[in-house]
Design a protein around this ligand. Structure first.
Ligand code: NIG
Ligand code: FE
Length: 413
């Protein structure tokens, strides 16, 4: 069946001319189309035609988008949505001036959530996480990355990845799973870090890869977590097992993680709040996407990643919420986009490229999603606005009225 998306006021195509990412200045070009409509077939984009070329014989069903703005479905490329428990108590400490790193040194932080996850059953986790995914869908998100990383034992990491796999089956969007066993050292290995790394490389990674439980392996490279050397050891094993790489790095300290990530061609390096000027050069020609997470800077009230410098250096820049219980308890995508504009000085056009084609690039799926180009998946977000800038101008307000996944309307306001 062929479906017509008729007469939207604006199509923000994010056309990449087949390059499937936007670097530096290219991020400014969002491929605005007026007076056009889109034909879909078998869940894919069949053609984009001028309204004057529409003939009734061309399609069997239609969705009228008059006065609406249509964008590619948003891609949320960095989240820790699979958690249970609450860290509201820690939030109170934080408001009283205790730092995120100090909370983690006192045994709070990730370990706190780990305890909650270990005490949650598979079914409890599904029940808790599913509505969070529905909230993302209501904001126009059609592809969502979710990391493990709160189990930190063989049993609980696999449990979390199985929960994510099940959610991918029952939710109407694509969920991309990432294995983050190397999130922090769990208490039982505090005095024997090497033994935990052995568990990751000898047992977890092979199991995760053999059972197709994750596409990516991620590591938190930080002075309170994994060193650059340990990151490299884990990454080598991940690559050997066919996993692609992601990295949390340069969040609080610059300890060599970024260099390992770029050298090993990680698909993305994420955070970068404390990126040094001399490191920006590394992105000039690199295919690794820089994923920036302004919600973390806002939530923890510290510096923002140098988005402008990265864009001026021709980097591929993406944006994400980093939704998690400790450092960015924010699942409002609209707020993240507005923070990127107001605090990181990204232009509205750069932001729209960052949450579509470049976020897809950060998940290594930009050949099939992230822009409105012929042959790509028919994934769309539809906004009730007079101009695309309204999406970011309306801080924290959801103007998305329809989410379409592979040609099917999966959410309507
Ligand atoms: O991306 N940096 C490490 N991990 C998460 C936070 C996890 C947590 O505090 O629960 C992050 O910021
Ligand atoms: Fe994160």
């Amino acid at each position: 069946m062929i479906t017509l998306l008729r007469n939207p006021k604006q199509i923000i195509s994010i056309d990449s001319n087949g390059k499937n990412c936007k670097r530096g200045k290219e991020m400014h070009d969002i491929g605005l189309l007026l007076e056009h409509s889109i034909l879909l077939e078998n869940g894919k984009i069949k053609s984009i035609i001028h309204n004057s070329e529409i003939e009734n014989s061309q399609f069997q069903s239609e969705i009228n988008l008059t006065n609406k703005i249509v964008l590619p479905g948003f891609v949320e490329c960095h989240t820790h949505t699979a958690f249970s428990g609450s860290r509201a108590e820690e939030f109170k400490f934080k408001l009283n001036g205790v730092s995120y790193e100090d909370i983690s040194k006192r045994g709070g932080g990730i370990t706190n959530t780990m305890n909650a996850v270990r005490n949650s059953s598979f079914d409890e986790l599904i029940k808790l996480i599913k509505p969070r995914i529905d909230y993302f869908i209501s904001q126009g998100i059609t592809t969502l990355e979710i990391k493990s990383g709160y189990g930190l034992s063989f049993y609980d990491e696999i449990k979390l990845l199985q929960v994510i796999k099940e959610l991918n089956k029952i939710c109407k969007i694509d969920i991309i799973p990432t294995f983050l066993g190397a999130h922090t050292f769990p208490p039982e290995y505090k005095n024997d870090n090497d033994k935990y790394i052995d568990l990751i490389i000898n047992e977890l990674i092979p199991y995760v890869a053999n059972h197709n439980l994750a596409k990516f392996c991620d590591v938190f490279c930080e002075s309170t977590a994994f060193s650059a050397k340990q990151t490299e050891i884990i990454f080598k094993e991940a690559v050997k097992n066919g996993l692609k790489l992601k990295l949390h790095t340069e969040q609080f300290n610059s300890i060599g993680g970024l260099e390992v990530g770029i050298k090993m061609s990680a698909t993305s390096v994420d955070h970068l709040e404390v990126l040094q000027d001399h490191q920006i050069e590394l992105f000039k020609t690199s295919d690794t996407t820089a994923v920036l997470l302004p919600g973390v800077s806002f939530f923890l009230d510290y510096e923002y990643a140098p988005a402008r410098k990265l864009i001026e250096a021709n980097a591929i820049v993406a944006l994400a919420t980093d939704f998690n219980p400790g450092s960015s308890h924010i699942s409002n995508f609209q707020l993240i986009m507005s923070l990127a504009a107001i605090k990181m000085k990204m232009t509205i056009e750069e932001i729209l490229s960052a949450v579509t084609i470049n976020a897809a690039k950060a998940l290594d799926i930009s050949e099939s999603v992230g822009s409105i180009e012929i042959g790509k998946n028919a994934d769309f977000s539809v906004f009730d606005a007079i101009d695309y800038s309204e999406i970011i101008y309306n801080v924290g307000k959801n103007l998305n009225v329809m989410t379409i996944k592979k040609g099917e309307v999966i959410y309507e306001a």
